[in-house]
Ligand binder design. Structure first.
Ligand code: SF4
Length: 212
C-alpha cells in the first residue's frame, strides 16, 4: 500500500510526542492529545525544566560535529510534526538525541525509541540523508542509550502514527491500563485507572453512594 500524502488539505497531523505517549499507554495519549489534559507531577516538572535548559542553548559546533537545538521536524509522508531536543550532524549525517528525565529504565526506553524513530524518519525526509542511529539521553543517570533505526522500528512508528491518527479522528478514550504503568503516570488522578478499570470496585463505589 502506498503511503498517503498528508500535505493535502484536511490531514490530521500527529505530534512526535504522541508516539511515545501512545506506545506507553493509548489512554494517556488520548487524555493528552484528544482531551488536552496535562497534569504535572514531579517527573513532568523536572522533565520540563530539563527540556527548557536544552532548548535555551544555542546551536554550536564541537570537534567538527554541528549541534542544533530545538529543530522543528515534520514528515509529509506520515503527517508527523514536532521538535527535536537536539540533533548532531556527524559529517553531515543527522543523529537525533531525545532528552528524558525520570526513571528511564530499559522498558521505558522502548517507548522513547518510537518517538526517536519518528524524528529519524522526519530528518530523512527533510534532508534526504539516511539516519541510521540516534540516542535517548537520560538526565538522571547522564546516560545515552543509542538506538538503531531498524526497519522494525520504522514499521512500529508507521503503525503507531496510524493508530494515533485514528484515535484523534474518533475522539474516544481507550479503557485504562490499570497496571504498573499507572504508578508514576502524571495523569493518574484524572484517569482514575483503578476506579474505572476495575468494574467490581466501581460498582461497590456506586453502591456505597446509596448506603445509609
Ligand atoms: S493512569 Fe494508567 S491507564 Fe491512566 S493514562 Fe496513566 S498509564 Fe494510562
Amino acid at each position: 500500500m502506498e503511503d498517503e500524502d498528508y500535505t493535502i488539505a484536511g490531514f490530521e497531523p500527529v505530534f512526535l510526542s504522541a508516539l511515545e505517549h501512545y506506545s506507553y499507554c493509548p489512554r494517556q495519549c488520548a487524555l493528552i492529545h484528544v482531551e488536552q489534559t496535562f497534569d504535572e507531577n514531579i517527573y513532568t516538572l523536572r522533565g520540563r525544566a530539563v527540556h527548557q535548559r536544552v532548548h535555551e542553548v544555542d546551536s554550536f559546533s564541537e570537534e567538527g560535529v554541528r549541534v542544533e537545538h530545538s529543530l522543528a521536524l515534520w514528515s509529509n509522508r506520515l503527517g508527523l510534526v514536532g521538535q527535536a531536543d537536539l540533533v548532531e550532524f556527524h559529517e553531515g549525517v543527522p543523529y537525533p538525541v531525545e532528552y528524558k528525565y525520570g526513571k528511564y529504565r530499559e522498558r521505558d526506553i522502548e517507548h522513547a525509541a518510537v518517538q526517536l524513530g519518528g524524528q529519524a524518519i522526519c530528518l530523512e525526509e527533510m534532508t534526504g540523508i539516511a539516519v541510521p542511529k540516534g540516542a535517548v539521553y537520560c538526565h538522571n543517570s547522564h546516560r545515552r542509550y543509542e538506538i538503531t533505526i531498524t526497519s522494525e522500528l520504522r514499521s512500529k512508528v508507521q503503525a503507531i502514527t496510524a493508530a494515533v491518527r485514528a484515535m484523534l479522528l474518533a475522539g474516544e478514550l481507550p479503557p485504562p491500563a490499570n497496571d504498573k504503568r499507572c504508578r508514576n503516570c502524571s495523569l493518574n488522578a484524572v484517569c482514575m485507572p483503578s476506579a474505572i478499570g476495575d468494574g467490581s470496585k466501581a460498582r461497590s463505589l456506586v453502591a456505597g453512594l446509596f448506603r445509609l
